[in-house]
Design a protein around this ligand. Structure first.
Ligand SMILES: [Zn+2]
Length: 298
């Protein structure tokens, strides 16, 4: 007598769980690491792969591009190179999505390897673009920010100008279909560097994804950080921002920056405690070593 209501309750609970979980996407690769093999070029095609819940990897073997399904349209973070943009669109289709469902485009930083395809993808999707204050001018003009330590190098790689629809202050959010995407300006790698956080839920468990921008303070050959104390301060400030991010699952603009392809292929744990803290600390260590080398005249 008592068994029947219990079974009914159990069935209901199962139905509930099924409704809440993301549908399977047969186009997603279970082993993107093997699919890329030794290829790690910025435009080397990779298959799409699931990250967590309704968050997907649609980038290349060398550049991360992230797609999030919100229930009220898609959000795309970064586009990879101009050359790779058609491939990113193909990956989105391979997952069963129409790129025209993309409502918002956002980005980590204003360099051609990460957003060189923005003009093409904006044109193909009609989506709006939201950027950090430091990235707005470079995106509107396609020209490198003169304050960027890599400006002399980037001058050789202009991007197609894009329409910037919204400039977000640091800490502001875009809310799409109940998912809150928060932008954290962290001008470590470039003046417009930004990280993004949002919540992803799967099988009743929710975690905060932190797509943290590059922590590399690299430059053109003739640039000396020691001659730009304001840039060093901005870089350190950005590292403190990354260190403090809510960060259950770390994503990085270059997958190699956080063994991302290994983690998506199940060769390493998808999440590790203190991932953003360790990531920021590694960047800080490299910056301080670079400053020491410059001071030593090397
Ligand atoms: Zn860069």
């Amino acid at each position: 007598m008592s068994a029947k209501p219990l079974i009914a309750l159990g069935a209901l609970a199962l139905l509930g769980a099924k409704a809440a979980s993301a549908p399977e996407r047969p186009g997603a690769s279970k082993d993107i690491l093997t699919a890329c093999g030794t290829r790690d070029g910025w435009s080397d095609p990779a298959p799409p792969a699931k990250i967590h819940g309704r968050t997907w990897y649609v980038g290349t073997c060398g550049i991360t591009v992230v797609l999030i399904e919100t229930g009220a349209g898609l959000v795309l973070i970064d586009t990879a190179t101009e050359e790779a943009a058609p491939h990113v669109l193909a990956n989105i289709k391979a997952l069963g999505f129409d790129p025209k469902q993309i409502k918002w485009l956002v980005m980590t930083h204003e360099h051609f390897d990460h957003v060189g395809g923005m003009a093409l993808i904006q044109q193909a999707t009609g989506a709006q673009l939201a950027v950090s204050p430091g990235a707005a001018k470079a995106m509107r003009t396609g020209q490198a920010d003169p304050d960027d330590p890599q400006a002399a190098l980037l001058a050789n790689y202009p991007m197609k100008p894009v329409r910037v629809d919204r400039v977000l202050r640091s800490g502001a959010s875009l809310i799409i279909g109940g998912t809150r995407f928060t932008m954290h300006a962290n001008p470590t790698h470039s003046p417009g560097s930004a990280s993004w956080t949002w919540q992803s839920c799967e099988a009743g468990k929710c975690l905060t994804v932190a797509y943290a921008d590059s922590v590399n303070t690299i430059s053109s050959d003739d640039y000396h950080f020691t001659k730009h104390p304001e840039r060093v301060e901005a870089a350190r400030d950005g590292l403190r921002t990354i260190e403090a991010l809510p960060c259950d699952l770390l994503l990085t603009p270059h997958p190699g920056g956080s063994d991302l392809l290994e983690r998506l292929s199940g060769k390493m744990p998808l999440t590790t405690p203190r991932a953003c803290i360790a990531y920021a600390a590694a960047g800080s260590d490299r910056l301080e070593k670079r400053l020491a080398r410059e001071r030593a005249g090397q």
